[in-house]
Design a protein around this ligand. Structure first.
Ligand SMILES: NC(=O)c1ccc[n+]([C@@H]2O[C@H](COP(=O)([O-])OP(=O)(O)OC[C@H]3O[C@@H](n4cnc5c(N)ncnc54)[C@H](OP(=O)(O)O)[C@@H]3O)[C@@H](O)[C@H]2O)c1
Length: 284
């Protein structure tokens, strides 16, 4: 190919649709997904958000429309391939194109591995791993026709570290990381770039309920982050916005950790405290 990709033009979209690029975000009604929608809307994308709850979608869509985004909401459980097929059919009908897919939907809860039920294991791994594959495959025919196609998968550093207490999610995210790298190589011939973002700890309504369940947990996690604080949804969205954009046109198969140094610091943060107790000026 050798051409420098430019902003999408009307090529690839049918005549009754306008020329704006289109991004689909799973789990785009809440938390990090919604912030990704805001960032991509600012960059001129039309949006589609998909998740199970019509309430989450309506709330997210109202927020995004308040920022003048055009938003299609499609209630979808990404665990079910037939629902995922209907999702992409809805995108094709509404917009006639798809340029960016963000696989952000996830389920997670803290539990010692020996207490995870078969249903709990399946729920998490099916949303995260099966859902990411079904959506990537469903997006493929539309992405193939985009002038600047990109997939960004939201993972977590325990995809390559350890996820004690969240072994189901860690196993699933590791699978998504392997899928990211595999699709990056396999679909490079179509110009489809596939990358991942690994957020550090970020407080959202969902994670406050499922993960950051007490002040003790919050303060233990904070102590393990070299930058000394939780991240914000906007900080995660910035990385997704970059990887999705033509500014990242030569980047594929990579994972960008946006985690305040958390994974690099794992295991050495207590040591740091012993030779510079309280002296490090961190966080806010
Ligand atoms: N927050 C953190 O500290 C953190 C850290 C590392 C990684 N992450 C990752 O960041 C991403 C976003 O998480 P978040 O923190 O923003 O939490 P969140 O608000 O709970 O987001 C999860 C989203 O996934 C959707 N979802 C759940 N099950 C689904 C299903 N079966 N089908 C379709 N959608 C489904 C939910 O919507 P419905 O309920 O409407 O289905 C929700 O919008 C996730 O991939 C998470 O693993 C977060």
């Amino acid at each position: 190919m050798g051409d420098t990709p430019s902003r999408p033009s009307s090529s690839g979209s049918s005549s009754h649709h306008d020329a704006k690029p289109v991004a689909l975000i799973t789990g785009g009604g809440t938390g990090i997904g919604r912030a990704i929608g805001r960032a991509l809307a600012e960059d001129g994308y039309h949006l589609c958000i998909a998740s199970r709850s019509a309430d989450h979608l309506a709330e997210g869509a109202a927020d995004l429309r308040g920022r003048r985004a055009r938003v299609l909401e499609v209630p979808t459980d990404v665990r079910h391939p037939d629902q995922v097929d209907r999702l992409f059919e809805a995108v094709r009908k509404e917009y006639g194109r798809l340029d960016v897919l963000v696989n952000n939907a996830a389920g997670n809860f803290f539990a010692p591995a020996e207490q995870i039920s078969a249903n709990g294991w399946r729920a998490v791994t099916q949303i995260v791993l099966d859902g990411t594959f079904f959506c990537s495959k469903g997006a493929f025919p539309l992405l193939q026709r985009s002038p600047q196609p990109a997939i960004v998968n939201i993972i977590a550093s325990y995809a390559w570290m350890a996820g004690p207490g969240t072994s189901h999610s860690a196993a699933a995210k590791a699978g998504v990381l392997a899928l990211t790298r595999s699709l990056a190589v396999e679909w490079a011939r179509y110009g489809i770039r596939v990358n991942a973002v690994a957020p550090g700890p970020v407080r959202t309504e969902g994670t406050d309920r499922q993960l950051w369940v007490s002040e003790a947990v919050v303060s233990a996690v904070t102590r393990g982050v070299p930058l000394g604080r939780f991240g914000t949804v906007e900080e995660i969205a910035e990385a997704v916005r970059f990887l999705a954009s033509p500014r990242a046109s030569y980047i594929t198969g990579q994972v960008l950790a946006v985690d305040g140094g958390q994974w690099l610091g794992q295991g050495v943060m207590p040591l740091l405290e012993t030779f510079a107790p309280g002296s490090a000026k961190r966080g806010d």
